[in-house]
Design a protein around this ligand. Structure first.
Ligand code: S3P
Length: 440
């Protein structure tokens, strides 16, 4: 079986209802919180992807049992001090920055040495951003090339609370420190540039000693030592980042309509909706609900008759951080020049994504000017690709793969896209849903 996919035809019209997989950020957090809970926690609709399975495997290495049967995952937590630290323990975060960074916070009070490793892509990413604040709790780290995996960590028996300013807008850094703060004496105070707040919402739902002051750009979070976490049954909502591919496909196709069921529409995650609405795409939320502090809704999208260019406000960046590659495809069809700025963090992802965004657009024949943190995209509302395009060597970045598929289905041309296994990281059902849409 070749591990590449060929696409030679645009998607036809469709009018469908789909359900995408469970949210990756919430799934990984559910696994980590449940691993320290008292008793058996149960989830439905947990994302069954490699990143989440890596989390389940990591807690297994720490002595926490779990079972997966059909759509139900159970985690048998042994309480806040329930981890077992064998000698020379190695945890493998595989491709997952979220797992690799968050779990370090939970290991802060263990003075044995632990090695953290990851795959080729994760081993290129910056871990100093989390080991710096975690060192302030008293933990010691040895990092490869001073900032990367593999790393060796030894925590401290009684970590002391810290004050921390998170300036990158990274939910992973913020969450790692919240987790460490849960294990430290005293009150850990975090001033964090806005980013997704699933960790905070779970802490609140579990009645943990957290307080949050939501402010304009920096939120203030205070967390105290946690003695007990109650078991956490959770029905994971669908992932807006996975929905994004279908939102864009619908926006770019002709006379189509799509309903995506029960998606997490947390305010810190819907940057793509705000951006696309500004570009003239019609998107509606229906059946809004609140579930355990998280907002959920069905998302209805219609094909856009024309697309306006955008000078994207920087404040929308953090809520759309995983979606920019597909957002650039919308800009490619806009009636004018779009500009995105403040995006240096995109090059810190599974691949240098700002560069990849530019590369894909260039291959499509869309002029763009990219710097380390900005991109100017010269849209072409009449774009029809006629040539052959090959996408390869992208560090198996799942979002580069899926964005390329959406580009092929939206603009035509003859595409060969390598490494289709990349979808297993976050969205194994992706190609199945694409095939179902084509059947219309
Ligand atoms: C995530 C946070 C974001 C995001 C990643 C998932 C999380 O990363 O890009 O896909 O679950 O906390 P950063 O915290 O590095 O911005």
């Amino acid at each position: 079986m070749p591990n590449s996919i060929k696409i030679n035809r645009k998607v036809g019209q469709f009018n469908k209802t789909i359900t995408v997989s469970g949210d990756k950020s919430i799934s990984i957090r559910w696994v980590l919180f449940s691993s320290l809970a008292n008793g058996v926690s149960k989830s439905t609709n947990l994302l069954m992807s490699e990143d989440v399975l890596a989390a389940i495997n990591a807690i297994k290495v720490l002595g926490i049992k779990s079972t997966i049967k059909k759509n139900i995952c159970k985690i048998y937590g042994k309480g806040i001090d329930g981890y077992q630290y064998r000698k020379n323990l190695t945890l493998n975060a595989k491709n997952s920055g979220t797992l690799g960074r968050l779990i370090l916070g939970l290991l802060i009070n263990n003075s044995n040495t632990i090695k953290l490793i990851g795959d080729k892509s994760l081993s290129k990413r910056d871990f100093k951003r989390v080991t710096d604040p975690l060192s302030k709790f008293g933990a010691k780290f040895k990092l490869n090339e001073k900032k990367k995996l593999p790393l060796i960590m030894s925590g401290v028996d009684s970590p002391k609370s810290i004050k921390y300013i998170e300036k990158k807008g990274s939910a992973q850094c913020k969450s790692a420190v919240i987790f460490a703060g849960m294990r430290a004496e005293g009150t850990t105070v975090i001033n964090a540039k806005k980013s997704r707040d699933h960790t905070e919402l779970l802490c609140k739902h579990l009645n943990l000693p957290i307080s949050i002051k939501y402010r304009k750009t920096y939120d203030e979070i205070k967390i105290k030592k946690v003695n007990k976490i109650k078991k956490l049954n959770y029905n994971i909502p669908s992932d807006i980042s996975s929905s994004a591919f279908f939102i864009v496909l619908t926006a770019l196709s002709r006379n189509s309509e799509l309903l995506i069921k029960k998606v997490n529409i947390n305010k810190s995650r819907i940057g793509i909706i705000d951006i696309l609405r500004k570009m003239g795409v019609e998107i509606k939320f229906e059946n809004k609900k609140i579930y355990k502090g998280e907002k959920i809704a069905d998302i209805k999208i219609k094909s856009a008759k024309s697309i306006k260019p955008i000078n994207c406000p920087e404040k929308l960046n953090s809520g759309a951080i995983d979606e920019f590659l597909v957002i650039f495809l919308v800009a490619a069809k806009a009636n004018g020049i779009s500009y995105f700025k403040g995006l240096s963090e995109l090059n810190q992802k599974e691949s240098p994504r700002l560069q990849w965004g530019s590369k894909i657009l260039k291959k499509m024949g869309i002029k763009n000017i990219v710097t380390k943190s900005t991109i100017k995209i010269f849209g072409n509302p009449d774009l029809e690709i006629k040539k052959k395009i090959i996408i390869k060597d992208f560090l198996k970045d799942h979002r580069v793969f899926m964005t390329s598929v959406i580009a092929a289905l939206s603009f035509g041309g003859s595409w060969k896209i390598n490494d289709k296994d990349a979808i297993k990281t976050s969205f194994p059902k992706f190609l199945k849903i694409i095939n179902d849409l084509k059947k219309e």
